[in-house]
Design a binder for this molecule. Structure first.
Ligand code: ATP
Length: 870
């Protein structure tokens, strides 16, 4: 629709044949979906399979191989032996096979990442057929009626129908970061800039305050943001720091390979070896030195880690988070709903004397308190088949449920005292007010945090209330205070400073929100894993302390801090003393960012949870921002690295475990791939220097490198998380992937492969007097020792203590790789192509025995290491 901002609502209603009360019908929605398409911004086109396949040939290694194959083909043309054609054909086949594998791995990684993005796709609240429902934002059509409140992303462009204190953050469209106050009644000039169209809401903006209702006027590419969509690249960072580092490593290895190739070529040339053979060996060695499969394997392993996290209720939005999670050292968590069950029950109520239980027999004073509290609450409680169903904020539905126990229904209360205005609750003010007509007069009813409300009250028995508040909080109760005042008239604009002032204090409600059992267990795991759990809550310090002690978060020697005390500390003092505090109470979302920064200054990797609009900056500042999936707003989710679909603290700890496991598996894949590459380089290098002969032909090197090594490496990436992973300390921030002597181990392991293969090469060469047989022996020993070595890499513990059946991919990968080796040795046409010479049977036995040596050596090394640690 063009220029909806100058049309009147009736015209828009008419245009889309909709109704501003009941919305569209299902039939209309279907019709409009066909007419207008899905409400989506058209992103980048996905690449075709052919395109992906061709892209594999951009790799420098592949280009070198193709040139090498071309040269070899050219030489074959000149020669007379048809056998010479085999080599270029085999090289090309291997290159194509490798490209195919690359396409498969890349597509798999991309698909799983795409699926994840869909998981966190936004939803919209829409009224259709007269009912409020939630649909995926992409299913919206023009004419739909949508509702939204603070924290929601706007799913489409719409003309406002009604609003209450609505403010929108439209910086993505206008560049203006200060939220704009909207007004459905504003008259707008046709040429008004977007920022001035106050009667409109736009896709790409978010609600920073209040609530509203609008009729969708434009969707998808028809929206204002759609018009500038090309300018926006919302794609997050897709390469993790580790991937970037590995890309760099790849470059260094490339240079190393080039150096080695030149040396080998020079030696061969000097020794008068056939040029083509020496050239091929040099090229294959260059290929052997570069771990081609590594980037793809790392992506697949990361994607698998992400999938495992989804199964544990954590949706990763930014891939780097998988890695960062593994090194998390501090987890800051909200209390309500994350550490506790968010199942509130009003246990006690107080107006004077002693606190009373909630029951039908409660005193008149208590009933009146509950009545006022219920009027100032949103949400509903219905009894279906004898069971209470709570919809809305649990703090408020708890009050409605208490009212129900006293036989007061919400409908009945609202009939007696209709609501005419609302100042919504927010975590900064910690108050909420509604305005009601009671017996013909307007009253403001305010409920909220006791200590905050106290400062707004003029009359009431504060001293006694303070005492009761202390008692209740010490029993882990969340305390809500209720107050009211009579107003002169129903105000046009509801302003907190005016209305939530000079109130009369009525009484207190004490509610219990039990801790989650799984959070308690997760806190224990954190402690063993060297991770510090920290509670951050808007609740009272007494309640916070009681629950934190129960959960094991607040221990001897640790302290708690209130928001007011925090405000008095400067950043320097805070960062110096940050590790003393395990609980922060009565803090605002804005304080979270200071806590994150202070920990970060101490070198910690911080995870922080959040759900509201104001939590977004802290979520962004944290190393791992975790948004709540259930209670979280779109804005918080948009600012996060990870979404907890069950809002549960234990999920963060599970995700950390998966993160550690994923990192561990990547290290295992790297250890294996680089170890085997090193082995190949050493073999050729040493043999060239000692015997001026190459024990491995180009096609052998390529076969091992590009075909048989990849599968076991990938299977290593799929290893289940090691049992003791949460008993290790978090990985320090600066620690590289090769930490803990991994590089030295890789080099030594490579050397071991080389020595074993050269022993095989030597034994066969000396006894059988055939270079072909010696080369076959070297190939066999190398390939078998590498395969057996996978079993070492799988676990840091003894191989006898790890069960291979834990990883069925590993069994499959080993069998397939073994088959790929066996076929080229024992199937005559393949053996001919790969220049394999048949050996006497005893030599196969020797090859297997030499192949087992790494298992024995590494097993001994592991035992020594365990003993040293003990
Ligand atoms: P957390 O930050 O751990 O989620 P919280 O949920 O207690 O803790 P807030 O929701 O910011 O934090 O609540 C802070 C305080 O505001 C509560 O202790 C309570 O006194 C008051 N409060 C909470 N919800 C409401 C509400 N719906 N109406 C009025 N006051 C409320």
């Amino acid at each position: 629709m063009n220029n909806p901002h100058v049309q009147n609502l009736d015209a828009i209603e008419e245009e889309f044949q909709t109704n501003i009360e009941s919305g569209l019908t299902d039939a209309q929605v279907q019709q409009y979906q066909e007419k207008y398409g899905l409400n989506e911004l058209k992103g980048k086109k996905t690449k075709s399979l052919a395109m992906r396949f061709l892209e594999q040939f951009k790799d420098i290694m592949v280009i070198i191989l193709i040139i090498a194959a071309a040269i070899s083909f050219f030489i074959a043309l000149k020669g007379h032996d048809t056998k010479e054609y085999i080599e270029p054909v085999v090289i090309l086949s291997i290159v194509i096979l490798n490209a195919l594998l690359g396409v498969v791995q890349e597509s798999k990684a991309e698909k799983s990442l795409e699926a994840l993005q869909n998981l966190s796709s936004p939803h919209a609240k829409v009224i259709r057929n007269g009912k409020l429902t939630e649909v995926e934002a992409k299913m919206l059509v023009p004419g739909d009626l949508i509702e939204f409140e603070a924290g929601d992303f706007m799913p489409a462009d719409g003309r406002l129908i009604s609003s209450s204190s609505l403010k929108m953050e439209e910086s993505a469209l206008t560049g203006e970061s200060v939220p704009v106050e909207k007004d459905e009644k504003a008259e707008i000039a046709e040429d008004a800039p977007l920022g001035d169209r106050l009667n409109m809401v736009f896709s790409g903006s978010s609600v920073s305050y209040g609530r509203g209702k609008a009729i969708v006027t434009n969707t998808g590419m028809g929206t204002q943001i759609g018009k500038i969509a090309e300018l926006l690249d919302s794609a997050g960072q897709t390469q993790t720091p580790l991937q970037l580092k590995l890309a760099k490593l790849g470059k260094y290895l490339g240079l190393l390979a080039l150096g080695i190739s030149i040396v080998i070529f020079a030696i061969g040339f000097y020794e008068g070896m056939p040029i083509i053979e020496i050239f091929m060996t040099a090229v294959s060695l260059a290929v052997a030195a570069i771990p081609e499969g590594l980037p793809a394997i790392v992506t697949v392993v990361l994607a698998l880690g992400v999938q495992r996290m989804v199964q544990r209720n954590a949706i990763i939005r930014q891939l780097p988070a998988v890695e960062t999670l593994g090194s998390a050292s501090v987890i800051c968590s909200d209390k309500t709903g994350t550490l506790t069950q968010n199942k509130m029950t009003v246990m006690k109520a107080w107006v004077k004397g002693k606190p009373e239980d909630i029951s039908d027999e409660a005193s008149l004073g208590i009933k009146s308190l509950i009545r006022l509290g219920s009027l100032a609450s949103n949400g509903t409680v219905e009894v279906i088949d004898g069971e209470e169903k709570h919809i809305g904020d649990p703090t408020e539905t708890a009050i409605l449920a208490a009212a129900l126990k006293m036989n007061m229904t919400k409908e009945q209360l609202h009939e007696e005292a209709p609501r005419v205005g609302e100042i919504p609750f927010d975590s900064d003010r910690k108050l909420m007010t509604t305005v009601h007509m009671i017996e013909g007069k307007p009253y403001a009813l305010t409920k909220g945090a006791f200590d905050v409300l106290l400062t707004r009250c003029k009359t009431g028995d504060f001293e006694a209330a303070k005492e009761v508040n202390n008692q209740m909080t010490a029993e882990a109760m969340r305390v809500l205070a209720v107050a009211y005042k009579e107003l002169k008239s129903v105000p046009h604009v509801l302003n907190s400073d005016e209305i939530e002032q000079d109130l009369h204090f009525v009484g207190l409600l004490g509610m219990i929100d039990p801790p989650r059992q799984e959070a308690k267990d997760a806190v224990d795991i954190c402690k063993k894993a060297g991770i510090r759990p920290v509670m951050i809550t808007g609740d009272h310090i007494g309640t916070a302390n009681a629950i934190a002690k129960d959960l094991g978060i607040l221990n001897a020697g640790q302290k708690s801090l209130t928001g007011a005390e925090l405000d008095k500390m400067d950043d320097q003092a805070l960062s110096e003393s940050i590790d003393q505090y395990s609980v922060y109470a009565r803090v605002s979302p804005e304080d979270k960012i200071r806590i994150v920064r202070a920990w970060q200054q101490k070198g910690a990797i911080v995870s922080m949870t959040g759900d509201g609009v104001n939590d977004a900056p802290a979520l962004k500042a944290a190393d791992i921002g975790c948004a709540m999936g259930i209670t979280g707003t779109d804005v918080a989710k948009g600012a996060s690295d990870m979404i907890l679909t069950d809002d549960n603290f234990a999920t963060i700890v599970d995700a950390v475990k998966e993160g550690r496991g994923t990192y561990d598996n990547i290290r295992k894949a790297i250890q294996f791939l680089l170890g085997t590459n090193m082995g190949e380089i050493f073999i050729v290098f040493i043999a060239m220097i000692i015997w001026h002969q190459t024990p491995l032909l180009a096609i052998h090197l390529l076969w091992l490198n590009l075909v048989t090594d990849g599968l076991p490496a990938l299977a290593l990436g799929m290893e289940p998380v090691e049992e003791d992973i949460m008993e290790r300390k978090p990985k320090p921030k600066e620690e590289g992937i090769f930490a803990g002597g991994l590089m030295i181990r890789i080099v030594l392991q490579g050397l071991m492969f080389a020595i074993l293969s050269l022993i095989g090469f030597y034994i066969a060469g000396v006894n059988l007097h055939s270079l072909g047989a010696a080369q076959t022996m070297a190939f066999l020993v190398l390939s078998l020792s590498q395969l057996f070595h996978v079993l070492n890499v799988r676990t840091t513990k003894s191989i006898f203590r790890s069960n291979i059946r834990n990883n069925k991919y590993m069994i499959l990968a080993l069998l397939v790789s073994l088959l790929l080796i066996v076929v080229i040795v024992f199937v005559p046409p393949l053996a001919y192509i790969f220049e394999i010479t048949p050996l006497p049977s005893a030599y196969y036995l020797i090859a297997v025995l030499l192949g087992i040596v790494p298992l024995i050596v590494i097993e001994i090394e592991k035992r020594i290491r365990v003993k040293r640690k003990a």
